[in-house]
Design a protein around this ligand. Structure first.
Ligand code: MD3
Ligand code: FE
Length: 216
């Protein structure tokens, strides 16, 4: 092993197995952050971020938009995947350059070969925004993983078990971190603690989270 390959090894992002099917890749998306944030901006120009209502009658503190074949829609009547945003009266834009490939490659590195996402949900957090414990179970095939990419301000992520009442673990998710959730971990309960106020050099007062999914 020469000096360069040794350095190369040390620069590899750490791939940490949190549980069966759950792999944390710290910093995995950091070198692509410019491309990803440009993509987020382009998507938001087409369909702006908005805080959707929930079927329970609340307004989410997290603002959302989506890209791809379908995206997430929630209002007081229903929630689920739809081909466009009814409020913006627009179809979701296609996935920006680099999105699909990052998701595919990250999934493969975590052991999920052949992942082809058909949507990317984009969550935007500002100070105080949070996401309550939930499962992601609106997708058809739970054998397909979800790939999550965090950008900007750090947040405390909560990951639980398979029932809402089970104890949760806390993980700090920072700029560029990629998490892959599949296999036995696909239906774990998870959430995000209220974002602490701050300013990030790349995203300002925001945290963004991209989740790549195969819905249909
Ligand atoms: C664990 N987003 O959009 S990403 C969501 O940071 C969502 O915005 C959070 O939960 C965020 O639905 C967390 C990490 C994540 C995503 C999907 C999962 C963790 C998961 C699915 C199953 C288990
Ligand atoms: Fe989720």
């Amino acid at each position: 092993m020469n000096l360069f390959s040794q350095l190369d090894e040390e620069l590899q992002p750490t791939h940490e197995v949190l549980a069966e099917g759950a792999v944390l890749m710290r910093g995995r998306a950091r070198r692509e952050d410019g491309l990803l944030l440009a993509g987020v901006e382009a998507v938001a120009r087409a369909v702006p971020f908005r805080q959707m209502a929930t079927p329970g009658g609340y307004r989410m503190s997290v603002a959302m938009t989506s890209c791809g074949r379908v995206g997430w829609v929630s209002d007081s009547e229903r929630n689920g995947y739809a081909p466009g945003d009814p409020e913006a009266r627009r179809m979701w834009p296609g996935m920006p350059e680099g999105f699909r490939e990052l998701a595919r490659a990250s999934a493969e590195e975590a052991g999920f070969k052949g992942f082809e996402p058909d949507t990317c949900l984009i969550n935007r957090y500002q100070a105080g925004a949070k996401l309550g414990l939930h499962q992601d179970r609106h997708e058809r095939d739970f054998r397909q993983p979800i790939v999550s990419v965090s950008l900007g301000l750090a947040a405390v992520f909560l990951w639980g078990g398979f029932e809402r009442t089970e104890a949760t673990k806390r993980i700090l998710l920072e700029h560029g971190d990629v998490l892959v959730w599949g296999g036995a971990s696909r239906l774990r309960f998870h959430g995000v603690m209220p974002l602490k106020p701050g300013v990030h050099e790349r995203t300002g007062v925001y945290r963004y989270n991209l989740t790549f999914r195969r819905v249909g």
